[in-house]
Write a protein that binds this ligand. Structure first.
Ligand code: NAP
Ligand code: SF4
Length: 678
């Protein structure tokens, strides 16, 4: 039992009940809420997190009535108490506690019957909501309370009322979305009447011994956001109405500032929670980009919060708290903030998963069980796919030997972690290393496996995870001294001039643009994610602690040390292939830094004058010091044919299997599934 986290692991007494520690698994919509076999899967999903010692769990959002659903499907509790009972039983069997989140989408609902305080559409939803009638508002307050009562009947320990991120409750509070002239609009007191009445009525209906957590927007990050004085007054009114605790919400979904993706520094917004401490008499929870126990312990020790919320970190590792209790924090599979498997999947209408833990939300179909027969397995390549296979196979009791040509594990993640804002990728490499040690996997670095040794090494199977090689271009001048590949830039520390053209605008082209447009342009190596420069980041994005809603009147302040031109052949806007929930911020940042983005390009040649292109029928020379090739990759699989010819059972995985459209999620999932089934 670790005594390194005395404050984080200290129980939290709520008067009528006690939470076993200060780590809450925050609410995440997983797509299971409306899924056909969602209840069984959620019971397993939440049950595993409760067994992993989460202090408190909050479900994804459930709507109080039909109009409050975020999409066309029904996520109300109406008639579904038995399904919810599966969830609460599973959590209680593991001595956990769980709240149901009650969320009304308001004008964010993508459904024709969407309602809001006023008929004002949001920039993120094409549907204009209908303004609610007075009696409809009263009924909606009642619906929140009825939903909470149903949650109580289904065994939940309480509810979280979603009062942030721009959903219905926030829409009542802000003049941006509430232009009513009745008792629900106008003055501040009128605008907060809806949330206060929701809370009061929920408390009346559910009684005193029921947790009512209210998610309060501590920073709106939109025009028309609340002032800090108003936020405090709102919190105090909600406390008087019966709130048990407050959780922090940061930024409306329509805000033009990222709040949780990888480039947001750890703990970037905890100051907004800290200033609420002492203003109310109930516990306060910090959230957003808190992903590890050291950071969480420091926050609570400093008195900046009473508890922390980690949502995605519980997708990445169900046992994050159990490992903290056991003092095995080096074994935590840390959430890297990529959004690739969770939010990006949700926005595509898919069930959530996790890039670093593809089992998340699929626990019922994805069992890692002891192997029936023990095999001797060679894995060639220690990138994401190979390591995922090796760790899963070793977990099942297989004897695994890894061969890696370079001097380190991690493959392409080593380049990713060099990109400013993607330092967290180094945490996954740390995790993989800890599993290699724990499971006794034999690791041979700086060792290119030969066909002979694989043939004579007594291996039952060989996994080829040899990855990819950068595509070279058949372009006149591609051997010019100014030409570099992304590997030269991201991995080998190549010197790059002040004017740069980047050929290829996929994920890596954008990564290279980010890398070269950062700070003073020095190659100072990856930064430590545990020591971020939060002030610099807030200034860059135009966040002002003292302005209403947190927006600086001067706006964002971003500069680049280099003139960068990013190019692609496709005649469409650049960056369409980036993640849905991260791409907009990456593009916005590079635009603000003055990066020129050109689509529909034909490349003609490279010479001393620079890169010669044709766009819209016109020839142009992009005068640059360096041209950097980021034109995708090709499979690297030279061992495959010889091994197969020698009669060895060979499996190709990851980039060696298919380089096109390769992403780490696919490689890690492929490795894990193959090893789980072997
Ligand atoms: P990619 O996404 O396939 O992009 C390759 C780029 O090169 C495209 O812009 C393509 O556009 C261009 N290209 C392809 N063949 C070319 C040729 N013969 N001549 C000139 N240009 C050519 O590959 P990547 O950027 O190397 O990324 C690899 C994988 O890593 C991707 O699947 C990506 O998902 C993942 N990744 C994602 C991120 C992220 O989302 N932030 C970051 C890093 C990596 P045109 O054909 O239009 O010119
Ligand atoms: Fe975290 Fe990425 Fe996993 Fe989402 S997919 S939980 S952001 S590591």
């Amino acid at each position: 039992m670790s005594n390194s986290y005395p404050n984080l692991l200290r129980p939290l007494d709520l008067g009528f009940t006690t939470l076993r520690n200060r780590v809450m698994m925050g609410s995440m919509h997983t797509g299971l809420e409306e899924h056909a076999d969602g209840f069984q899967r959620m019971a397993r999903f939440f049950g595993e997190r409760a067994a992993g010692q989460a202090g408190l769990i909050v479900t994804g959002g459930f709507a109080p009535n039909q109009a409050g659903n975020l999409g066309p499907l029904d996520a109300t509790l109406d008639g579904k108490e038995d399904g919810h009972r599966l969830i609460t039983d599973a959590v209680h069997q593991a001595d956990g506690k769980i709240l149901l989140q009650v969320l009304h989408g308001g004008r964010y609902a993508r459904r024709p019957d969407a309602v809001a305080p006023s008929a004002i559409a949001s920039r993120i939803n094409p549907i204009t909501p209908r303004a609610m009638e007075g009696d409809e508002i009263l009924q909606t307050i009642e619906d929140f309370a009825i939903c909470a009562q149903r949650a109580r009947d289904a065994g939940y320990d309480g509810v979280e009322i979603m009062g942030s991120e721009g959903y219905l409750i926030t829409q009542f509070i802000s003049t941006r979305t509430n232009q009513r002239d009745d008792v629900w609009g106008g003055s501040f007191e009128n605008r907060i009447r809806f949330p206060v009445d929701v809370l009061r009525r929920t408390r009346e209906v559910c009684g005193k011994d029921f947790i009512i957590l209210y998610r309060l927007s501590v920073l709106d990050l939109v025009e028309g956001g609340l002032s800090w004085d108003e936020t405090v007054k709102l919190a105090q009114a909600l406390e008087a109405a019966g709130a048990t605790m407050f959780n922090s919400g940061v930024g409306w979904h329509e805000a033009l500032i990222p709040t949780i993706m990888h480039s947001v520094p750890r703990g970037a917004f905890t100051w907004a929670t800290a200033r609420l401490m002492g203003k109310v008499g109930v516990p306060i929870i910090a959230s957003n980009r808190i992903n590890n126990p050291d950071q969480a312990e420091a926050l609570i020790t400093a008195g900046d919060a009473d508890m922390v919320s980690m949502a995605r970190p519980f997708l990445a590792d169900a046992d994050i708290v159990a490992k903290t209790i056991a003092g095995k924090t080096d074994q935590i599979n840390t959430c890297i903030g990529c959004n690739q498997g969770c939010l990006d999947y949700i926005f595509k209408g898919k069930v959530s998963t996790c890039l670093v833990n593809p089992r998340a939300c699929s626990e019922t179909e994805f069992e890692i069980t002891p192997a029936q027969t023990t095999k001797n397995i060679a894995v060639v390549g220690a990138g994401p796919g190979g390591l995922s296979y090796a760790i899963t196979a070793a977990e099942r009791g297989q004897k695994v030997t890894i061969y890696e040509g370079s001097g380190r594990i991690g493959g392409q993640f080593n380049m990713a972690m060099a990109v400013p804002g993607k330092e967290e990728y180094g945490e996954t490499i740390r995790y993989w290393g800890s599993q290699i040690d724990r499971l006794g996997i034999t690791l041979n670095l700086n060792h290119r496996a030969t066909v002979d040794e694989l043939r004579t090494g007594g291996f039952d199977e060989v996994i080829l995870a040899t990855g990819v090689t950068p595509r070279s271009l058949d372009l006149p001048g591609s051997d010019h001294a100014s030409v570099l590949s992304y590997v030269d830039v991201l991995q080998n520390g190549a010197q790059v001039g002040s004017r740069v053209a980047i050929i290829g605008a996929g994920g890596i082209g954008f990564d290279v643009a980010e890398f070269l447009s950062h700070g003073d342009g020095a190659h100072d190596g990856p930064r430590d994610p545990a020591a971020p420069d939060i002030e610099a980041w807030l200034t860059q994005w135009g966040i002002d602690r003292h302005s209403d809603g947190g927006l600086s009147p001067n706006g964002p302040a971003m500069t680049s040390p280099r003139a960068i031109t990013l190019l692609q052949r496709k005649a469409q806007s650049l960056g369409r292939g980036l993640g849905l929930t991260t791409g907009w911020a990456i593009r916005a940042e590079l635009n603000m830094k003055g990066v020129e983005m050109i689509g529909g390009v034909s490349y003609r040649k490279i010479d001393d004058a620079g890169l010669h292109i044709t766009v819209d029928g016109e020839d142009r020379v992009v005068a640059v010091d360096n041209v950097i090739i980021c034109a995708g990759q090709e499979e690297q699989r030279e061992l495959y044919d010889e091994l197969a010819a020698a009669g060895i059972r060979v499996h190709l995985i990851g980039g060696a299997d298919k380089a096109g459209e390769l992403d780490a999620l696919r490689a890690i999932e492929q490795g894990m599934r193959l090893a789980a089934a072997a």
